[in-house]
Design a protein around this ligand. Structure first.
Ligand code: ATP
Ligand code: MG
Length: 654
């Protein structure tokens, strides 16, 4: 979307989804909020006087070493929350639980892909974190330095993140599935002094050679002076003398006691790169107290984490969801967190369901892309297992199509688990729009209502309120938002605060229904303009996936001399689908029937797979390029599977 685009300034809406699910109180009546009237009352209070609200929440939910002098200031788009306060994240995630009954409670239950299991109590985790913090100091890191973490999803990844926070080292976690060039770019961009990695990790039955990949990156990252390597796969690796150290050897040299540093509230906590769905990833910088407050509050209220829950967020620590809801949010709440190293469908497509039954997982938080891949395989896999321990299901990452929502609700949740669809971004730090579990009535495909203290707006380009669909913005700064794009504050200002003057611009399109519920319609960049009507991608895709043969659909626009833009739908079919020559026609009619003639695809292409980011999101920009020019030249560094591009080109030649 460019500023010069004419006429229509809003996005029209099409999705006709009227189902509403009331919370089933009788199943679990111990939620943190009593009812919706309590939500509305608290929400109103939080919006009328946000500073008072955030201050109260901070006092109630976090432990500070020293209280703040000023709750909030905002100069040159630089936010400061709780200035003057001293705090430590690892103290809040560990020490404060260890001094209570939670000392011997499991903090982490981990399952490796080969089936090995480790359980680590809060007490043990604290010792490991302290020991790791001492190692980090030992290799020369001090408060304010940066370290890269490039690891499989093993407990040491969590230990290292927390160890960094203990001594004020700023971490940048790079997803373990990324190649050496992605790792190199991120280390260079964020000036890391050290790298913590592993020999390898297990994925789909084989081992991924991570140290080898890291060595390749390290050839061009002279800032990195030391590397700590966890032994996970027993891979044969090269260790460079005086630079590379085995974790298990180095750790022997250090004690497992390390005082948490008293850090200022705005001390940088981490730099994290976005998924790269819309372009080159941006390195967002988050800071300490505000971020921790956001993840703690949302983990507590939205996921309703209670003492006995076994909570599983399937995201990798390489993504913001892994930061906020695998590590910091749940641990700050004192939860038992389950984590799994490997691929979801390995060795069989029922791996997830098997683990849920085995570990009696109560809360599951995953992504629509995973749900759609399970739907594609069929419900016989979840049905083989006892999923009765589940009481709450969350989703994040993309709009969830109503069809997938219903499947998740019925097949996985057996119609008894609330679906918590959380809308947020790397930039927002924690959830912004989401139902309060068990309290907010839900509607399939809607993230429902805002979190306390967050005021979303739907605006036209000129900043006026839109009655139909428009640009999703946030009215005021909030404590857990990213403070800057590392090294490029100008870009931060321009991308988030100047697109529509004075409000935070999310880059997503949304609409609000008569109940005040928010419906995310897709990225602003992906909006399609057909004969002057602006359509979100979500609606057409959701209509397509309701067709019994369709597994996934990605819709893009391409220039059309008559309509301005035409619609191209890329579709993957269910395993059980039978393809005949009229199927495309049938799907097209199916879409028209639900939405109207306006949404008729000009072309439907069947493909084996859609291009996705490593975090599982559909990269429509690549499809748009392909549909428009017949080739792809945009940034593909975060693409999950490069062979998909070939397959897409083949589908082109059909
Ligand atoms: P980049 O900014 O590099 O293009 P990205 O936006 O995919 O990457 P993230 O910060 O991981 O990186 O993703 C945030 C985006 O994901 C949101 O802006 C939104 O488009 C989408 N999203 C996340 N959760 C939801 C949800 N529950 N419903 C709808 N969309 C969602
Ligand atoms: Mg984004």
């Amino acid at each position: 979307m460019t500023k010069s685009e004419p006429q229509k300034t809003s996005i029209e809406t099409l999705l006709h989804e009227n189902r509403k699910f009331k919370p089933q109180k009788k199943l679990f009546n111990n939620y943190f909020l009593k009812d919706m009237s309590q939500y509305f009352k608290l929400y109103k209070k939080s919006i009328n006087d946000p500073l008072k609200f955030w201050e109260k929440m901070a006092l109630e939910h976090l432990d500070f070493f020293r209280k703040w002098k000023k709750v909030f200031s905002w100069k040159d788009f630089k936010a400061e929350w709780f200035s003057g306060a001293l705090i430590n994240v690892s103290y809040n995630c560990l020490d404060r639980h260890v001094i209570t009954d939670r000392k011997n409670k499991a903090a982490l239950i981990w399952e490796g892909e080969p089936g090995d299991i480790r359980t680590i109590t809060y007490q043990q985790l604290l010792l490991e974190v302290a020991n790791c913090a001492n190692m980090l100091k030992g290799i020369g890191l001090k408060s304010g330095d940066k370290a890269a973490i490039y690891m499989p999803l093993i407990p040491e990844a969590v230990v290292t993140m927390l160890a960094c926070t203990r001594i004020g080292v700023i971490h940048t976690v790079v997803f373990g599935g990324f190649s050496s060039s992605s790792l190199r770019d991120r280390i260079q961009d964020s000036n890391c002094k050290a790298l913590i990695t592993a020999d390898g990790g297990f994925r789909k039955g084989s081992s991924v050679k991570m140290k080898e990949m890291a060595d390749e990156a390290l050839k061009e990252t002279p800032t990195v002076k030391a590397v700590i390597v966890v032994k996970r796969t027993n891979e044969k690796v090269n260790m460079m003398p005086n630079r590379d150290f085995w974790w298990h050897e180095l750790s022997q040299k250090y004690s497992d006691h390390c005082e948490p540093e008293k850090l200022s509230a705005e001390h940088p906590l981490f730099i994290l790169y976005t998924s790269g769905t819309t372009g080159k990833p941006k390195g967002l910088l988050h800071t300490t107290a505000g971020y921790l407050l956001g993840v703690t509050l949302t983990a507590k209220y939205l996921f309703d984490i209670k003492e006995k829950d076994i909570y599983w967020c399937t995201a990798d620590v390489g993504w913001v969801t892994g930061h906020s809801y695998l590590v910091y949010g749940p641990l700050s709440c004192g939860a038992t967190v389950f984590m799994y190293e490997g691929a979801p469908l390995y060795p069989e497509p029922d791996r997830f369901w098997k683990m849920i039954a085995k570990h009696k997982i109560t809360i599951l938080y995953t992504a629509p892309t995973a749900i759609r891949s399970f739907i594609r395989l069929g419900k016989e896999y979840p049905q083989k297992h006892d999923l009765s321990s589940l009481r709450l299901l969350g989703t994040v990452g993309e709009p969830i199509n109503p069809e997938a929502w219903i499947w998740y609700y019925e097949v996985i949740g057996h119609k008894k688990c609330p679906i918590v669809d959380t809308w947020w971004q790397t930039e927002t730090g924690a959830a912004m729009i989401a139902p309060f579990s068990g309290v907010t009535p839900t509607k399939p495909g809607s993230a429902t209502l805002p979190m306390f203290g967050i005021e979303p707006l739907i605006l036209n380009k000129n900043g006026s309120n839109s009655k139909e669909g428009g640009f999703l913005c946030i009215k005021k700064p909030w404590p857990y938002m990213a403070r800057t794009i590392y090294g490029d504050h100008e870009r931060y200002k321009k991308t988030y605060w100047k697109e529509i003057e004075g409000v935070y611009f999310t880059g997503d399109g949304a609409r609000r229904d008569k109940d005040g519920y928010f419906w995310i319609m897709g990225r602003v960049d992906d909006v399609i303009n057909v004969s002057g009507h602006r359509l979100g991608t979500m609606e057409i895709e959701s209509a397509a996936v309701e067709h019994p043969m369709v597994a996934e659909c990605a819709v893009v626009g391409r220039p059309d001399s008559i309509k301005g833009q035409g619609i191209v739908a890329f579709i993957t079919l269910k395993k059980s689908a039978t393809v005949n020559h009229s199927l495309k026609e049938e799907i097209s009619k199916f879409i028209i029937k639900q939405i109207g003639a306006l949404a008729k695809p000009d072309e439907i292409r069947f493909t084996d797979a859609l291009p996705k980011t490593r975090s599982g999101k559909i990269m429509r920009r690549l499809l748009r390029e392909l549909a428009t020019t017949g080739s792809i030249s945009g940034d593909t560094t975060t693409l999950e599977d490069f062979s998909v591009l070939e397959k897409l080109r083949e589908s082109d030649e059909e």
